[in-house]
Unconditional design. Structure first.
Ligand SMILES: Cc1cc2nc3c(=O)[nH]c(=O)nc-3n(C[C@H](O)[C@H](O)[C@H](O)COP(=O)(O)OP(=O)(O)OC[C@H]3O[C@@H](n4cnc5c(N)ncnc54)[C@H](O)[C@@H]3O)c2cc1C
Length: 384
C-alpha cells in the first residue's frame, strides 16, 4: 500500500515555492542551446533558488538547507517540474556527494563543501567508471599511493559526466592492491585543477560532449580529502549509488513529466485519434506509478538510508522515459529524426530527448544489473 499523504510542513513548502515561482519564473533554455549555455543558465537559476533555501531543503540549516526531510525535497522538485524549470546543474553534488558527506564526511569537509554545492558555486563530477570497470565496479584499477601525507593518484576514468565543468570529482580509487577487491578501495574528493589531470571529451549520439575520459597522472590529493577511512570506499560508493538510484532518479523522473506535458501539447495540436490517446494514457499511468513508487521510498528515508529498492525506481523510470520519448517520435513521423534547422520540430527537442534517453538505461547501472539486484536482493532469488 502506498501512502502519499504529505505532511502540513510539506504542503506549506509547496505553497511557498509555488508563490516564488509565480513571481520568479524559471529561465527558458532555448532548444539545442548547447551544454555550456545549459550549465551557465541552470547554475544561475540554482544560485537564485538556493538564496531562498529552496535547494537541498533536507540539508541542515547551517549548510544552507532547512533541515527538512528528503520527501520535502521531492515536493520542491515537483513544483520546479510543474513550472518547466530546467534540471538543476548541480545534481551530482545535490543527490550524490552531498548526502554522502552528510553521512560520512568530516566536519571540515561538510563546512568546506556543502553550502557551495547548494548554491552551485562548485559543480561536482563522479569518477567511478573505468574502461574495464563499469557494471563490475570493484575491478577498478586507478591506484593511489600514500607519499609523505599525500595520495598520488594514477589511472583512467571514463564516462565522467560534466567533468569539464566540475571543480571537484568524488572518486573511487584502489589504495590497497593486496586487499580483497572490495576492501582495498577508498573514496576521495579530488580538486579538478590539480596538475596531472587531463580531460578528454567524448561525443555522444546527441552530438554533445557531456561525458569525458579522465586521465590521472600522479595527481596529488591531500590525506584529509579522503571520506571515511582508507579502505571504506566500497561501502561509501554503494551508499552513493543507492542515493543516485533513488534521489537522482526522482529528479530525473521530472524529465518524464516535462516530456509528457509537451506531448500533450502535440496531441492537442494534432487532434489525436483514439489509439494515440490510449497509448498516451498508458504512459501517464506508468509515469504516475513510477512517481508513487519513488515517493513511497523517499518517505522511508527519514528513518533508514536508501537500499536496493532504488533499483526498482531506476529501472522503471529509465524504461518508461525511453517509451515516452519513442512515442513522441512516432507522433511526429518522418520529421522526428531532424535534430536541427527550420524543419526540426521544437528545434529538434523530441529527437534530442529520444537520443538522450538511450543512455539512461546504462548510466547509474544498466537495466540488466538493476534486474539482478531486484531478483537477488529484493526478491531473494538464488544467485546464478
Ligand atoms: C549517459 C551516461 C553517463 C554516465 N556518467 C557517468 C559518470 O558521470 N560517472 C561514472 O563514473 N560513470 C558514468 N557512466 C558510466 C555508467 O555507470 C556505466 O556505463 C555503467 O555502469 C555500465 O558499465 P559499462 O559501460 O562499462 O558496461 P559493461 O559493464 O561493460 O556492460 C556491458 C553490457 O553487459 C551487461 N552486463 C555486464 N555485467 C553483467 C552481469 N553481471 N549480468 C548481466 N549483464 C551484464 C550490461 O548490462 C551491458 O549491457 C555514465 C554512463 C552513461 C551512459
Amino acid at each position: 500500500m502506498i501512502e502519499l499523504q504529505l505532511t502540513d510542513r510539506a504542503e506549506k513548502l509547496r505553497i511557498e515555492i509555488a508563490r516564488f515561482l509565480a513571481s520568479h519564473p524559471p529561465p527558458i533554455i532555448p532548444p539545442r542551446a548547447g551544454l555550456t549555455a545549459f550549465v551557465d543558465i541552470s547554475r544561475e537559476w540554482q544560485r537564485r533558488l538556493a538564496a531562498e533555501r529552496f535547494v537541498g531543503v533536507h540539508f541542515p540549516h547551517e549548510f544552507g538547507g532547512r533541515g527538512y526531510s528528503i520527501l520535502e525535497e521531492a515536493v520542491i522538485q515537483e513544483e520546479l517540474a510543474r513550472q518547466r524549470s530546467p534540471q538543476l546543474v548541480g545534481l551530482f553534488g545535490l543527490t550524490m556527494v552531498g548526502p554522502v558527506l552528510l553521512k560520512h564526511g568530516s566536519d571540515e569537509q561538510k563546512r568546506a563543501y556543502l553550502s557551495r554545492i547548494l548554491s552551485a558555486e562548485d559543480l561536482w563530477c563522479q569518477g567511478f567508471s573505468e574502461p574495464e570497470a563499469g557494471s563490475d565496479l570493484a575491478s577498478l584499477r586507478t591506484t593511489a599511493e600514500l607519499q609523505q601525507g599525500k595520495w598520488s593518484v594514477s589511472g583512467q576514468k571514463v564516462w565522467t559526466s560534466f567533468a569539464q565543468y566540475a571543480r571537484y570529482c568524488f572518486m573511487l580509487v584502489r589504495t590497497d592492491p593486496q586487499a580483497a577487491r572490495h576492501r582495498g578501495l577508498t573514496y576521495m574528493l579530488v580538486d579538478m585543477s590539480t596538475p596531472g589531470i587531463t580531460i578528454r571529451p567524448l561525443k555522444q549520439i546527441t552530438g554533445e560532449e557531456e561525458f569525458n575520459e579522465l586521465f590521472l597522472d600522479s595527481v596529488s590529493v591531500p590525506e584529509e580529502q579522503v571520506v571515511g577511512k582508507p579502505g571504506d570506499g566500497w561501502e561509501i560508493a554503494i551508499s552513493t549509488l543507492m542515493f543516485e538510484r533513488v534521489v537522482l532518479t526522482f529528479a530525473r523522473h521530472l524529465q518524464s513529466e516535462q516530456a509528457l506535458s509537451e506531448i500533450a501539447d502535440l496531441l492537442r495540436e494534432r487532434s489525436a485519434g483514439e489509439k494515440e490517446q490510449e497509448i498516451f494514457g498508458r504512459l501517464i499511468a506508468r509515469s504516475m506509478a513510477v512517481r508513487a513508487l519513488a515517493l513511497s521510498h523517499l518517505v522511508n528515508y527519514s528513518e533508514k538510508p536508501p537500499g536496493p529498492e532504488g533499483s526498482l525506481d531506476k529501472l522503471s523510470w529509465s524504461e518508461t522515459f525511453q517509451e515516452i520519448c519513442r512515442f513522441a517520435l512516432q507522433l511526429l513521423g518522418p520529421r522526428a529524426g531532424i535534430l536541427s534547422g527550420s524543419s526540426a520540430h521544437l528545434g529538434g527537442e523530441f529527437a534530442h530527448r529520444y537520443l538522450y534517453s538511450r543512455g539512461r538505461t546504462i548510466a547509474a547501472g544498466t537495466s540488466e544489473i538493476q534486474r539482478s539486484i531486484i531478483a537477488e536482493r529484493i526478491l531473494g532469488l538464488p544467485r546464478k
